[in-house]
Design a protein around this ligand. Structure first.
Ligand SMILES: [Mg+2]
Length: 296
């Protein structure tokens, strides 16, 4: 099965296809066709044969340091399921840190969040510890923060375009359901799954309902969603930024690390580091004419 090189830049430099052809040539491969996916922003080159996609992508990234690159099998590129992480993937920043800020505890909480997302400490223990620090917070504060989130560029376009082409889109988060519900509606996901913070007399008790949504829950949700959609894991796209996204990103046919912590970036050869979430559509071969004009 032949390979396709997809390159996304802001913008793409002149002569980029020559650089890609030289790298492919070093692997004994040559381009047989090329296609513009977005003028000045995204293009693909189809190669004449199969090869080591990961190794080719690594060399291309070294040759083209500001370009997002995917080297993928030419067949089966359009995915029928999207599983997306929320914090630092679909939205900018970590909502648990913003909740803590409302109590003046952001520094203590965000230090733990960072270590958990890097995979340095156990996810559930880190979640419990931080949720305990939120005890006493007025629960409506969560709704206020959910209403003021900054969405990642291209997030809505990614979800709505895949949904419009028949994909089942699920938001799966180690964050909280009062936030994911808002994000699901705003971005057009079919379903969301996240942790539930216990509330008593309108205030957070400092505990999350068990079992918590962790890395294994995300993987299980990927499998369930694929089964429901009647497809295999090869037909799924999973995207995230943190260590707890690693199992689903590794299992999905197209696993993408988005501006990811090293623990996740090392797990996949498909990364978005320089452009925006629309790159996940170009990687699947969507062209601008097929992509909705959602601005978020
Ligand atoms: Mg995240």
């Amino acid at each position: 099965m032949s390979l396709i090189i997809v390159m996304v830049g802001n913008p793409l430099p002149e002569g980029i296809e020559t650089v890609a052809a030289e790298v492919a040539g070093a692997f004994g491969l040559s381009p047989v066709s090329g296609r513009v996916l977005s003028p000045d922003r995204a293009m693909e080159l189809t190669l004449d044969d199969a090869g080591d996609a990961t190794e080719i992508a690594d060399i291309l990234r070294q040759a083209l340091p500001l370009i997002d690159i995917a080297v993928l099998p030419a067949q089966g590129r359009r995915k029928r399921v999207l599983l997306a992480d929320m914090d630092a993937t679909m939205v900018v920043g970590e909502t648990i840190d913003e909740l803590a800020a409302a109590l003046g505890r952001e520094a203590a909480v965000s230090a733990i969040t960072d270590r958990a997302m890097r995979g340095e400490i156990d996810f559930e223990a880190a979640l419990d510890e931080r949720v305990a620090m939120l005890a006493g917070l007025d629960a409506t504060e969560i709704d206020r923060i959910a209403g003021t989130l900054t969405y990642s560029p291209g997030a809505e376009t990614l979800v709505r375009t895949m949904a419009a082409h028949g994909a089942h889109c699920v938001l799966v988060s180690g964050g909280f359901d009062r936030v994911t519900g808002v994000v699901r509606e705003r971005l057009g996901f079919h379903r969301d799954q996240a942790n539930h913070l216990e509330v008593s007399d309108g205030r957070l008790t400092g505990t999350a309902r068990k079992p918590v949504v962790d890395a294994m829950t995300k993987l299980a949700t990927l499998r369930e969603t694929a089964m429901t959609a009647g497809c295999t894991l090869a037909d799924c796209l999973a995207i995230g930024d943190g260590a707890n996204d690693r199992p689903m990103v590794e299992a999905a046919g197209l696993g993408i690390a988005y501006r990811a912590k090293p623990a996740l970036a090392a797990a996949t050869s498909v990364r978005i580091d320089h452009t925006d979430l629309r790159a996940a559509l170009y990687f699947q071969g969507y062209t601008d004419s097929e992509i909705g004009d959602s601005t978020a």
